[in-house]
Design a protein around this ligand. Structure first.
Ligand SMILES: Nc1ncnc2c1ncn2[C@@H]1O[C@H](COP(=O)(O)OP(=O)(O)OP(=O)(O)O)[C@@H](O)[C@H]1O
Ligand SMILES: [Mg+2]
Length: 290
């Protein structure tokens, strides 16, 4: 796969960018979804290109590494064991700490309107984590950036025997997302699907009621915007609960006041997700509370 990526990148990046790849034949095997992993590395290479408008160098390197207990502890939720590390490094603009802190958040972009959705890296992280891996980033303004993708190596011949640690897994449960903004629906869908949820989308209260009536046996959770034109979240919730009294409905809103949260709870919402939210906030809020 990395040989393919290298070829593709060499053919598509501007001539002003030199591409080097150092990928040994002795890499350990990684089990994964080839389409998704391809997307991970292409996203990183495209970001690197965008960071080098005046040209520069892109390095794609890979190596094997066994993480011992101590080094695993330095990475959030990492398990000790064998990993393949793929590094995508550029000599571009680099990033300061304020940008670095937000790069994995859905919608975070420093690109001009219409130039970037800000969903690239949130999808990258979602995919890597769903493969049991994690990402390290080093960058400084003016010094370029380095993204290290750690993927657990697997010597087990049967992939079914591999259990990936994923604390925020959706276990194929269905979530109905209701928001009048298509971009919000799309972002939420990307994140949830990467974490093994099935997602249905409605763009307003009426749509939501129609979808729930049709799929009352499969939809157990609804994530609904409070502020929508025509029929808002408060007007919709009693009708949804009428169809299924046990439905779990989580409110999302940019109105993040104590009053708004209290009102939502009073009206029968089982949770509140203030906008804007991070991938982690969203996944945590989707987990059943016990
Ligand atoms: N290699 C890099 N060098 C410098 N900044 C980067 C690099 N990769 C990501 N960034 C910063 O992180 C932000 C978020 O990246 P992300 O890929 O999520 O979205 P995007 O590239 O802006 O939009 P999209 O991927 O949807 O086209 C970028 O806007 C940029 O500010
Ligand atoms: Mg991007």
């Amino acid at each position: 796969m990395l040989a393919d990526i290298r070829k593709l990148v060499q053919q598509t990046l501007p001539r002003s960018i030199d591409v080097y790849a150092d990928v040994p034949d002795s890499l350990w095997p990684v089990w994964g979804d080839a389409t998704q992993l391809h997307q991970v590395f292409m996203n990183l290479c495209v970001n690197a290109r965008d960071a080098m408008p005046a040209g520069g160098t892109l390095h794609i390197t890979a190596k094997n590494l066994t993480l011992d207990h101590d080094s695993a502890q330095r990475h959030f939720q990492a398990q000790p064991g064998p990993y393949v590390i793929v590094t995508v490094a550029d000599t571009g603009t680099g990033m300061g700490p304020a940008v670095l802190n937000q790069i994995f958040d859905p919608f975070f972009t420093t690109k001009a309107l219409g130039q970037g959705t800000g969903l690239g890296l949130s999808a990258v992280l979602g995919i890597v984590e769903s493969h049991g891996g994690f990402i390290d980033v080093q960058s400084q303004v003016g010094q370029g950036s380095q993204f290290q993708v750690y993927l657990p190596a697997t010597f087990e011949p049967n992939p079914a025997a591999v259990t990936l640690p994923n604390l925020l897994d959706g276990s194929q449960s269905t979530v109905l997302v209701v928001d009048d903004e298509p971009a919000v629906c799309a972002a939420v869908r990307t994140v949830l699907e990467l974490h093994n949820y099935r997602v249905m989308v409605a763009h307003g209260g009426q749509d939501a009621i129609a979808l729930l009536s049709e799929h009352v046996d499969t939809i157990h959770t609804v994530l609904m915007d409070l502020m929508m034109p025509t029929m808002d979240g408060f007007a919709t919730i009693p009708l949804l609960k009428h169809i299924n009294p046990d439905l779990r409905v989580v409110a999302m809103s940019g109105l993040n006041s104590v009053d708004a949260v209290a009102k939502a709870e009073q009206q029968g919402f089982q949770g509140f997700l203030p906008k804007p939210f991070t991938r982690q906030d969203l996944l945590q809020r989707m987990q059943p509370v016990d």
